[in-house]
Design a protein around this ligand. Structure first.
Ligand code: FE
Length: 332
């Protein structure tokens, strides 16, 4: 017993200075473990920097960061949707980062104008249609899905999901509240059935013939396509003559009270680099934010499109307005 304690003490006294010197980064992530762990492992292998992380839903992570305040062990917050990133920034848990590397790797419309968060993958929220009952020539814009010609043919995910709140927020930014409300009322009038709890169920309803068109994130389409290549659904890129396809990001920021700020900034820079971007986006069938990096093969096969150039932060700024508008319009 005594021998054990002695040797343990020696081990500690030897290990301690190294541990203090070695870099470490603590991450709170609302992005799923299987999407971040392979990259963290590679980074640790290359740099020796240890990364510890917890994953949870956005809400609990933000609550935790706020409750921990100065005592938080977290150096970095990773989450999805600019609406959520905006909320985290507004609640004061993220610090500004001045980094020429991030400025170069992340396009200006995919990061916070105040540099408190940076997009790391881009997701497109687009139209999916039944390749059996719809010809692409019938489709044009998100706005057109409010046209009575789609009556009883549209399926949507619930308005409670931040993805749809962000989409409607950009409609407000583009058209103003009155016109945006008209569009959302038109969607509601065209619904084939009550909104679904997730994008996959929404698409499955199209595949099953319950409706003909829907609005979803492309990576969910990719997952279905992988499972069943003959599912009878296809993607359509709307608004190509106007605002472009609605895009959003998953992204990250450095916490206000980071204990390993420099190491965390380096990790964030690496995640935006050529080296990490292909996998960071590719593991979830999303698009790299770094314009020098090609998307994964399956994603590239969906073709190229004109994307909305509005700063994704607008989705956060107008989120509360979007939620009230959807409620008024009867979008549940
Ligand atoms: Fe998602």
């Amino acid at each position: 017993m005594i021998r054990f304690l002695v040797s343990a003490a020696i081990a500690v006294s030897v290990a301690l200075p190294a541990q203090v010197l070695a870099d470490e980064v603590v991450v709170y992530s609302a992005r799923n473990e299987h999407l971040i762990k392979p990259l963290f492992d590679r980074y640790t292998q290359q740099t020796g920097v240890e990364i510890s992380y917890i994953t949870d839903k956005e809400g609990p992570l933000l609550q935790r960061l706020k409750a921990e305040g100065k005592r938080t062990p977290a150096d970095m917050l990773i989450t999805v949707d600019a609406g959520n990133l905006w909320h985290a920034a507004e609640s004061g848990v993220l610090a500004s980062v001045d980094s020429p590397v991030l400025d170069a790797n992340v396009p200006a419309n995919l990061r916070d104008p105040q540099k408190r968060w940076f997009g790391l993958s881009e997701r497109a929220r687009t139209i999916v249609y039944s390749s059996e009952r719809v010809t692409p020539a019938d489709l044009s814009t998100y706005e057109d899905l409010a046209d009575p010609k789609w009556q009883g043919r549209l399926c949507l995910r619930t308005s409670k999901k931040v993805y749809n709140q962000s989409l409607v927020a950009t409609l407000i930014a583009r058209h103003g509240e009155a016109r945006a409300e008209e569009i959302v009322r038109g969607w509601v009038a065209n619904l084939a059935t009550a909104p679904f709890s997730n994008d996959t169920k929404t698409m499955e309803a199209v595949a099953a013939g319950q409706c003909d068109v829907a609005i979803v994130n492309t990576y969910y389409f990719g997952r279905l396509q992988k499972k069943d290549p003959s599912i009878g659904l296809a993607l359509f890129w709307p608004n190509q003559d106007s605002s472009g396809v609605h895009i959003n990001v998953s992204g990250a920021g450095i916490t206000q009270h980071a204990k390993h700020r420099d190491a965390a900034v380096k990790l964030l820079e690496w995640l935006s680099s050529d080296e990490a971007q292909h996998d960071f986006a590719g593991l979830n069938m999303e698009y790299p934010v770094n314009p020098t990096v090609e998307p994964a093969e399956l994603v590239a096969a969906w073709g190229t499109f004109k994307a909305d150039e509005l700063n994704v932060a607008e989705a956060g700024r107008l989120q509360a307005d979007a939620i009230r508008l959807m409620d008024r319009a009867g979008y549940r």
